[in-house]
Design a protein around this ligand. Sequence first.
Ligand SMILES: Nc1ncnc2c1ncn2[C@@H]1O[C@H](COP(=O)(O)OP(=O)(O)OP(=O)(O)O)[C@@H](O)[C@H]1O
Length: 195
Amino acid sequence: MTDALLRLDRVACIRGDRLLFEGLSLTLARGEALWLRGPNGAGKSSLIRLAAGLLRPAAGTVERHERTALIDEATALDAELPLRRALDIWARIDGIDGPMVARAMEAMALAPLAEVPVAMLSTGQRKRAAMARVIASAAPIWLLDEPANGMDDAARARLVAAIAAHRANGGAVLLASHFALGIEGMAELDLGALA
Ligand SMILES: Nc1ncnc2c1ncn2[C@@H]1O[C@H](COP(=O)(O)OP(=O)(O)OP(=O)(O)O)[C@@H](O)[C@H]1O
């Protein structure tokens, strides 16, 4: 019996014809967070995509024991729709009720932007919206690729609080970031050191 939500075992990743890393193993259990760090091109985004099942490992295995929610450079919200409706659509797809969406919007201070079309949101507001979608999804495994990019200090603080609450509820977080973000009790994996 294992409480691992996500497990990568001796994974290798090749992009184009370049081997980014090999023999990489990691486990994320309930309540845990792992910070993926490393220079540009080290493979942080690639590892997040492997964990999400969007990339296939060249060797090794990836096991997900729960649902995942992903934030990456694409917002994945319908640009034409007002923010609240765009989030509601994803909530329906995820089988989530309306109050969860309202709470997620509250967590990222998005209520005043509910009627603004996604396309008109600023960079930081769009990141907050993407984060609200992750929160509303109620997925136990959060895969966050540079979630704080473009966020101001207040939004970053909300992001950090959301991650803490998620972990306290038994969720796990895999975070690719150039910054530590001040998250307590987070393990680190330096992909630059594997190159
Ligand atoms: N679709 C692709 N096809 C081929 N090579 C790719 C592809 N996507 C990324 N790469 C290459 O894989 C390597 C790792 O990219 P990745 O985006 O995972 O790095 P990263 O650590 O997230 O970088 P950054 O800090 O710049 O976000 C880079 O050399 C990149 O050019």
